[in-house]
Design a protein around this ligand. Structure first.
Ligand SMILES: Nc1ncnc2c1ncn2[C@@H]1O[C@H](COP(=O)(O)OP(=O)(O)OP(=O)(O)O)[C@@H](O)[C@H]1O
Ligand SMILES: [Mg+2]
Length: 448
């Protein structure tokens, strides 16, 4: 598996309990819903943004999520992505990546921007379609991270009114299933050539069994006819997918999905050609453009040139919505000696809506830690939970959550008790403690 794929997986896996913003029909935050806890004002603000994006009223604007470390900024951005819907592209980058990438800064940014614009294509294709009758996903050890497992392959049984078919699929497919939260009872389509999965809804009988919230899911009857058929398949690629296909002769969707091409420069002519092809498809009614979201985390790392580039991109006719996140207040704009709010240039501040997140109280931390533990199938007793909350307040929520997995190992996967958390706390330092330790070491070496 490619490094980029793993990075993407890690990035979402810490937030896999988040299914949306947890708002009611009047866009008010429900205290605990969709895996979200507390932070009500920020969630409601995010809900308004989602509504504006869906109504196409947000073009040319950007959002900044500002708040202390571990206050749910990234979680909020993921919640926005989930609310926007499966086929609205959401691209997540950390500002530091722009500078560490093997391609030029502007190339990396252009690719990221074009990944955040979707093209929904309608096409007659051979597809598998049916209700997921049975689903099993095999996991394997993460190649670098001993505390994580990643999907390795999947087997599923698809059912129509006429027949049942068993399919065995590979890793990229298994990841798509997990990322889209496909469960038994869902109705899905799989493009036979590319393996691309689209979740179209939930079967009526599954809804009755599971007592789902009808408002939030699309319910439908089990499809008729054979599982494998020729049908209009609606799928969404991004402008960047099309650029990559175009720039590599003979590359189709399949190799794009499974081959996971490395980043490299894409010529300007290629992008022009793709743009004019897409324009034609749109004019012929065979495709629609869907502006998505580019989320740029740790934006205090961005320099003035990058900001200028992004500013210009936002003025283009077709631009994704940009969401920045930062935990810095007033600081210097990198590449200048001007101080400004969040280290952002003033012209950008003008078009910015700011959402702030607040530090969590003990009760909220408790709920969040518990939600994470449940999601990972980890059992905790009350003392262990209290102790984790204490650690969350002292160090950070993120660190407390990270200790869950090793504490679970130490308990022999039985039940995490306070002693297991204490042991994990001693064995794995948080950032503050490890820096402190290194500083002491350095001093000792100096004076020895
Ligand atoms: N309101 C919330 N409800 C549920 N889970 C949350 C909430 N806020 C944060 N979390 C979870 O707590 C952990 C830490 O939060 P997150 O990484 O989003 O914070 P952050 O503000 O982005 O931190 P940083 O500044 O370090 O990037 C994540 O696993 C996240 O999913
Ligand atoms: Mg974050």
């Amino acid at each position: 598996m490619e490094v980029a794929e793993i990075r993407e997986w890690e990035r979402i896996s810490a937030h896999s309990h988040i299914r949306g913003l947890g708002l009611d029909e009047n866009y008010r935050a429900i205290k605990k819903a969709d895996g979200m806890v507390g932070q009500e004002d920020a969630r409601e603000a995010a809900g308004i943004v989602v509504r504006m994006i869906k109504e196409g009223k947000f073009a040319g604007n950007a959002i900044l999520i500002a708040g202390p470390p571990g206050s749910g900024k990234t979680a909020l951005a993921i919640g926005i992505a989930k609310e926007l819907g499966e086929d609205v592209p959401f691209v997540h980058i950390a500002a530091s990546e722009i500078y560490s990438a093997e391609v030029k800064k502007t190339e990396f940014l252009t690719q990221s921007l074009r990944k955040a614009i979707g093209v929904r294509i309608h096409e007659m294709r051979k597809i598998y379609e049916g209700k997921v009758e049975n689903l099993s996903i095999d996991y394997m050890q993460h190649p670098y991270n001993p505390y994580q497992k990643i999907p390795a392959s999947a087997t599923l049984v698809l059912k129509t009114k006429k027949e049942k078919k068993k399919l065995k699929m590979d890793q990229s497919f298994a990841m798509q299933l997990v990322q889209q939260g496909v469960e038994t009872g869902d109705i899905i389509q799989i493009d036979a050539d590319s393996g691309r999965v689209v979740k179209v809804g939930i079967s009526e009988d599954a809804v009755q069994e599971k007592e789902f919230d009808l408002a939030s899911e699309r319910t439908m009857p089990i499809p008729d006819g054979p599982v494998l058929k020729e049908k209009e398949f609606v799928y969404t690629l991004t402008l960047n997918d099309l650029d990559v296909m175009q720039s590599r002769a003979g590359l189709d969707i399949a190799s794009l999905l499974f081959g996971s091409p490395e980043r490299k420069e894409i010529g300007e002519e290629v992008r022009k050609r793709v743009d004019s092809q897409v324009r034609r498809l749109v004019e012929e009614g065979r495709a629609e453009l869907i502006p998505g979201v580019l989320f740029i985390d740790e934006c205090s790392m961005l320099d003035i040139e990058t900001y200028a580039f992004l500013n210009k991109a936002m003025e283009q006719e077709l631009s994704p919505i940009i969401i920045f996140a930062t935990n810095r207040g007033i600081t210097t704009v990198r590449g200048t000696d001007i101080k400004s709010p969040f280290g952002m240039p003033l012209d950008l501040l003008d078009r910015l809506l700011v959402i702030t997140t607040k530090k969590y109280g003990a009760d909220e931390m408790r709920d969040i830690i518990l939600t994470r533990a449940r999601k990972e199938g980890i059992k905790l007793d009350n003392d262990a939970l209290n102790y984790l909350v204490e650690i969350g307040e002292k160090a950070s929520l993120r660190y407390a959550i990270q200790l869950l997995a090793p504490a679970w190992e130490l308990s022999g996967k039985n039940e995490v008790k306070k002693e297991h958390v204490e042991r994990a706390y001693r064995l794995f330092a948080d950032v503050k403690r490890s820096v402190e330790y290194l500083r002491r070491m350095e001093e000792e070496m100096l004076y020895d």
